[in-house]
Design a protein around this ligand. Structure first.
Ligand SMILES: [Zn+2]
Length: 335
């Protein structure tokens, strides 16, 4: 990042200053930031483009590329409000109602790209796990596996936390935060600007963890949503460039469902329709009932108690079969 800042300052000082920047730095920056980078000329001028956070750099061979203006980004409300270097979720005072029914989030564009933090099959998914919310995806890997930053952004937190072990949280320009838990090593510091694809730490099994894996979270204004809505971890690719985040996703009860929504319909649905659907989901959730297994409990006994059937209970709990041995203390959904 230091090299990047040096470049910006140098470019502002125009061509004379450019001569002082070593050519390797320029190449590195261009690889990270350019889209229209076919030119090989020396940068000679920068131009503003309406958005203070982005600048156009002109080369002496009449080509150009885009760079980010980190100074302007740092002043953006996104990076100044609800900023804490020690609190995992600093947004707790913000009312849930202040979040729109749907928010369009630009994940990648001409100056921002994506790199999967790691690749692999999701071993434990986002959602309710053993009756408790699991607010991220778990991807197993050997200790020491490099962990990469998903999007450009600024490190907000980088320290050990109960449960999470060694944890990094990065805030991104698209308004999301990504979290990387159970690391064996942290390579970044709070306040540091990072790029998509930067090595930020190494995988491990610190904190409440049963084996080395990456616990990866995606949050919007402090609320976690299933990272699989945006990332296919097996291929290490982004599912879409623009993501329509629905408020109803911001709950451990809302899991990614492949191709559940027709994209067209999603975009043209009215606020009214979305609100009606949210209300329906909320009612369904309010009607949910859980039972904690006690000594002597049987599925048929539980079904009778709640006026339902064994097969219905099994359909509500992933992996539960009429023959499953019920362990005491386990929470199962009965309605
Ligand atoms: Zn996890």
């Amino acid at each position: 990042m230091r090299r990047f800042c040096i470049l910006i300052f140098s470019l502002l000082g125009l061509c004379n200053a450019y001569a002082q920047v070593d050519s390797l730095s320029v190449v590195a920056v261009e690889e990270n930031y350019t889209v229209f980078a076919q030119g090989i000329g020396a940068p000679v001028d920068t131009l503003d483009v309406g958005d203070r956070r982005i600048r156009i750099v002109l080369r002496d061979d009449n080509t150009w590329f885009l760079i980010k203006n980190i100074e302007a980004l740092a002043e953006d409300e996104l990076f100044t409000s609800y900023w804490s270097e020690h609190v995992v979720n600093p947004y707790t005072k913000e009312p849930f109602d202040s979040i729109h029914y749907r928010t369009t989030i630009c994940l990648v564009d001409s100056v921002s790209h994506f790199v999967s933090p790691t690749k692999g099959k999701v071993f434990s998914k986002f959602g309710i796990r053993h009756g408790r919310p699991h607010t991220g995806c778990d991807i197993p890997y050997p200790t020491g596996t490099p962990v990469y930053c998903a999007f450009d952004g600024r490190v907000r937190l980088a320290e050990r936390h109960r449960g999470y072990g060694n944890l990094i949280i990065v805030r991104h320009e698209n308004g999301l935060e990504t979290s990387y838990g159970h690391l064996s090593r942290i390579d970044v510091k709070p306040g540091q600007w990072v790029h998509a694809g930067d090595l930020i730490g190494l995988g491990g099994s610190t904190g409440r963890s049963s084996g080395p894996h990456l616990h990866f979270e995606t949050r919007y204004r402090g609320h976690a949503f299933d990272p699989e809505w945006i990332v296919d971890f097996e291929s290490g690719t982004l599912r879409k460039n623009v993501f329509v985040l629905r408020r109803s996703y911001l709950s451990a009860h809302s899991k990614y469902v492949p191709q559940s929504i027709d994209e067209e319909e999603e975009i043209y649905m009215t606020e009214e329709q979305i609100r009606a659907e949210e209300e329906r989901i909320a009612k369904e959730r309010a009607a949910m009932k859980y039972h904690t297994i006690r000594s002597g409990d049987t599925l048929s006994g539980i079904a009778k108690k709640y006026g339902t059937t064994v097969s219905h209970i099994c359909s509500l709990n992933q992996g539960l079969k009429p023959t499953t041995t019920l362990s005491i203390g386990r929470k199962i959904r009965v309605k």
